[in-house]
Design a protein around this ligand. Structure first.
Ligand code: PHE
Length: 371
């Protein structure tokens, strides 16, 4: 700065020097042009159009000028700031447009792409059938009972009239559980729950017992070492074999349709006396295969016998009732047990046990949400 205030010449104030102002404008325009994004533009704006920018400082100098010089200097600085402001606005708009376009590109989604559906599962047909069986019994006023899969040998055998040296103890191939002196097995049938529920609930008693059972069988088309049974037990005053037959017929009709023919065939179980096997009329050949005996092509489902084995049954052995604390001779009972896998295979024509145990959703899905 030079000279007294009266002879103050804007041209001599370096900030107001036209060339300097032009240079400031050029520097601003260049900085804006070089700003590659909005952040950089902000930095450039603060440097070239902010309160501390050279042009803002020049603007402030105007106030100190003599009135005669103010107008011209004001015009020059104003024009300069106008150019800078306009350039800033344009660059700002340009960079905003670029940003918006980039966001649109980066965040765009293809609404025509096929949606990926979340695959819905299916309940296993064994569960469905087990529940259907339970419903049949609940419908008759029976209760549902359950027992442990890891069972005391006493419940699985002894209480069911199979003492340790009984040859029938070998009828079922048992998984014994270590240590042997613990006396535990994986239950080989649901019959131990007969004794458990009698002890727990007393008589009269009507219970159905669905559950998992275990035998040392290899998995093949008709066997599996882990399978399911449903047991039935009724103990009341004056129950007879006729009540057993009527109950089984009702169950057969409820599962396989009206008119399903069943028959009882003498058999042996230590825990029932008398004992029987229950059979069905073959649902494939309706017994024709047996009637045309000597046929070169016997029915593959029943092997040409016309009947299919469904399960075991009988009148509860008095020894079992006694083991379960039922001493009153007026009380008699009947019991039966059948395989759920086998029933499923019969009811739905499942040819291979592997399909039932492997858990392929395509198998289960065919059974839908059958009520
Ligand atoms: N528990 C026998 C079995 O698993 C079936 C059965 C149950 C037989 C009840 C008679 C009475 O083979």
């Amino acid at each position: 700065m030079s000279g007294p205030n009266t002879s103050y010449d804007p041209v001599e104030v370096s900030a107001l020097d036209p060339q300097q102002i032009e240079a400031d404008v050029e520097a601003a325009l260049q900085a804006f042009a070089q700003a590659g994004d909005l952040d950089e533009l902000k930095t450039a704006r603060l440097a070239h159009a902010g309160e501390k920018s050279p042009l803002a400082l020049a603007n402030r100098e105007i106030g100190a000028l003599p009135p005669s010089a103010k107008a011209e200097a004001g015009k020059r600085v104003g024009a300069a700031r106008g150019r800078v402001g306009k350039a800033l606005k344009e660059r700002q708009a340009q960079l905003e447009a670029e940003r918006d376009e980039r966001i649109l590109r980066e965040e765009s989604i293809d609404v025509t792409v096929r949606a990926r559906r979340r695959p819905s599962g299916a309940r296993h047909p064994l569960s469905l059938l087990s529940e259907r069986l339970q419903d049949i019994f609940v419908g008759m006023g029976w209760e549902i009972a359950e027992g442990p899969e890891l069972e005391a040998e006493w419940f699985n055998f002894d209480a069911l009239n199979l003492p340790p040296d009984h040859p029938a103890r070998q009828m079922q191939d048992t998984f014994f559980v270590d240590p042997p002196q613990a006396g535990l097995v994986l239950r080989t049938h649901t019959s131990p729950v007969q004794v458990r529920s009698l002890l727990e609930r007393g008589v009269p008693l009507y219970v159905a017992v669905p559950g998992k059972v275990f035998r040392t069988d290899e998995l093949d088309a008709t066997h599996t070492p882990v399978f399911h049974q449903v047991e039935g037990l009724a103990v009341d005053k004056g129950l007879t074999m006729a009540h057993l037959k009527g109950t089984l017929d009702h169950m057969a009709e409820a599962l396989f349709g009206p008119g399903t023919v069943t028959r009882l065939r003498p058999s042996y179980f230590p825990f029932t006396e008398p004992s029987a096997e229950m059979d069905f009329r073959c649902f494939v050949c309706q017994g024709d295969s047996a009637r045309s005996s000597g046929s070169a092509d016997p029915c593959r489902t029943c092997g040409g016998t016309g009947w299919i084995e469904w399960g075991g049954c009988g009148m509860v052995n008095r020894n079992v009732l006694r083991a379960a604390g039922v001493e009153d001779p007026e009380y008699t009972g009947f019991a039966f047990g059948m395989g759920i896998e086998r029933t499923l295979m019969l009811r739905h024509g499942v040819a291979d046990m592997h399909d039932i145990v492997e858990g392929d959703i395509r198998f289960s899905a065919q059974f839908g949400l059958e009520a």
